[in-house]
Design a protein around this ligand. Structure first.
Ligand SMILES: NC(=O)c1ccc[n+]([C@@H]2O[C@H](COP(=O)([O-])OP(=O)(O)OC[C@H]3O[C@@H](n4cnc5c(N)ncnc54)[C@H](O)[C@@H]3O)[C@@H](O)[C@H]2O)c1
Ligand SMILES: [Zn+2]
Ligand SMILES: [Zn+2]
Length: 363
């Protein structure tokens, strides 16, 4: 029987989010219904609400979640009811041209649920990143459920489902940061600070945090930044060069998604260095760079989708590091809130008050 549950939707561009009843179909072949336990508020949810991703309103928001599988459809073998899972937005297909080239972390045809969740009047919802987990329950493709150690706190490990994984992987997977490297991270929200934590974990020796908010820079030091630059008070490119022997950093991660910060990243890296864009720009943003500088500086200008992660490989590994006390995932959770508090959490994010607000479901 289809179920009716509470969920947070964005009905129209820029309008405050609403808590409404939605209808969840029984899982069909290859699908699973998950009882959500916790879901973090990511900046990308706000991008959806602002119409910055696409216009397929109404959106069912929330995509950084952990919960328990309630039911699975026909043919599902990878998870079973009762399994504790982190939801992912990279259920690799195994058959697209990226998968066939042995690069499933780029999979171009990731799986989502085939059936649609709807409003009670039948209006079809677009789940953010194919998840939609500011909801008591959600319907996903079974491959979007990654089993992890059930003793972990859902509010903490759910963050691996998006922002923390994206930032960590931007530094370690896409940027290829290694021991002894220098790295600068521009924008130290949940994503940027995870890049810093990742760089520290793999042994980068110079880790420069850049933000416009001193509170974020303080948190960055906690995650392993060796230096901090406040972009309001200091010239970012000069500051990063000064801290890297006049050369620039081996890797610069841009975790804001704006042209001015991208240009800073471009000029703040060493010759043959790597720029990683993990911040998501809105479609109106443009950058202009002198072509001779693109050539003359060499190296790589990369983008990082979801930190080039493979959920089945990376989520259990990061949960282990967290449980061993080697990766302070818990420090990303600034506050635990109710399902009715998402709009307030957007305001706090906008004012820089939080790394992550996490919706925790009752019951
Ligand atoms: N590529 C991916 O797969 C992926 C995944 C998740 C999130 N994202 C994107 O990453 C970005 C960051 O997400 P978040 O959740 O960490 O957001 P956030 O709002 O928590 O953090 C953004 C940070 O950037 C800082 N900032 C703003 N303007 C700045 C400037 N001019 N210079 C330096 N710092 C500045 C803010 O003070 C804040 O600390 C967003 O664009 C989000 O959509 C990308
Ligand atoms: Zn694929
Ligand atoms: Zn996200």
């Amino acid at each position: 029987m289809p179920q009716t549950v509470q969920a947070v939707i964005a009905r129209a561009k820029g309008a405050p989010v609403e808590l409404v009843d939605i209808v969840i179909p029984d899982p069909g072949p290859g699908e699973a219904v998950v009882a959500v336990q916790a879901c973090g508020v990511c900046h990308t949810d706000l991008h959806y609400r602002e119409g910055g991703i696409n216009d397929e309103f109404p959106f069912l928001l929330g995509h950084e979640a952990a919960g328990v599988v309630e039911a699975v459809g026909e043919g599902v073998t990878e998870v079973a009811p009762g399994d504790f899972v982190i939801l992912n937005w990279r259920a690799v297909c195994g058959q697209c041209r990226a998968c066939r080239k042995g690069k499933p972390h780029y999979c171009f045809a990731t799986h989502n649920a085939t059936q649609k969740m709807t409003l009670t009047d039948g209006t079809v919802l677009s789940p953010a990143l194919g998840i939609g987990a500011f909801a008591e329950k959600t319907l996903v493709a079974a491959g979007q459920c990654t089993k992890v150690d059930p003793s972990a706190d859902p509010a903490v490990v759910g963050l691996l489902g998006c922002g923390v994984m994206a930032g960590f992987g931007a530094a370690v997977n896409t940027g290829g940061v290694q021991r002894g490297d220098s790295i600068a991270v521009i924008g130290c929200g949940g994503v940027g600070n995870a890049a810093i934590a990742g760089a520290a974990l793999v042994g980068a020796t110079t880790i420069i945090a850049v933000d416009v908010d001193d509170r974020k820079l303080e948190q960055a030091r906690h995650f392993g930044a060796t230096h901090a630059i406040n972009a309001i008070r200091e010239d970012v490119v000069e500051g990063i060069r000064a801290l890297t022997g006049g050369n620039g950093a081996d890797v610069v991660v841009e975790a804001v998604g704006r042209p001015e910060t991208y240009e800073q990243a471009f000029y703040a890296r060493d010759l043959a260095g790597t720029v990683v864009l993990v911040g998501v720009p809105t479609p109106d943003k443009q950058v202009q760079l002198p072509m001779i500088e693109i050539f003359g500086r060499g190296g790589a200008l990369k983008s990082s989708w979801y930190g080039d992660c493979l959920p089945s490989r990376d989520f259990p590994m990061l949960v282990d590091l967290y449980r061993q006390g080697r990766f302070d995932l818990g420090a990303f959770v600034t506050e635990r809130i109710g399902i009715g508090d998402v709009e307030a959490a957007f305001a706090k994010m906008h004012h820089g008050d939080v790394l992550r607000s996490v919706v925790v479901m009752e019951g």
